[in-house]
Design a protein around this ligand. Sequence first.
Ligand code: GUN
Length: 281
Amino acid sequence: MAKLIDGKLIAKAVRDEVRGGVEAFLAARGRRPGLHVVLAGDDPASGVYVRNKEKAAEEVGMAGAVHRLPPTVTEAELLALVERLNVDPAVDGILVQLPLPKGIAAEKVLDAIDPAKDVDGFHPINVGALWTGKPGLVPCTPRGCMRLIAEAGVALAGARAVVIGRSNIVGKPMAALLLAEHATVTVAHSRTRDLPGVCLQADVIVAAVGRAKMVRAEWVKPGAVVIDVGMNRDEHGKLCGDVDFASVEPVAGAITPVPGGVGPMTIAMLLDNTLAAAKRH
Ligand code: GUN
């Protein structure tokens, strides 16, 4: 039976660390770190995510605001808001929630964020820093996965890691982080031949494809560590990951559940990134 990696518990520990850091920052600088979230449009899931980010920031004592804009907002208006936040000294972290309304070039908006305030780690300057081993802001979900892997006590040096999914938000930065810890990394995707065979080689599997219960027991080497980034609905409408937890759990050495695995880590790491950005200002 696999060891269950408790993301809820580990995320709470991270938030507690951040809360302490916020108080120390306040004592040293006379102000609280400020996280500013931009929510454009009326995507219901985004609304929930942003409220959770807002609540979590308040709970660790951060300042900041959510900037809510109608679906009719223009690219120019969004860019003007980002520019205003870029130059405001009370703003340490800027997060523009995706997806943006139709007709707005997300890349243009994200690239306009000051890289020093880019707490999502999506700016090309931060992406380049990550791949070249320089200091920068690292995307929250992959950072959260790395913390879960560390807490599971996995020795990554020389281990074979397979990342399923090649998105800019998860798959690619995840590969960079695993590589920096000296894992031998394979990035698999929709065109990968013999995906089950590739996964069977892995000591660590990070599943970030967005397909419910795709990773099954036959794909998993006994004792492998399985990190599930997926957030899907199964045939009964129940929240589930990219990993078929019921079948994989008896085979894996350690595994994250959905919910309660990677999910809570993303917000915890966003808070940690915001504190780090504030300290560097
Ligand atoms: N929408 C879904 N995931 C994310 C994320 O990690 N960051 C932002 N900004 N928007 C998202």
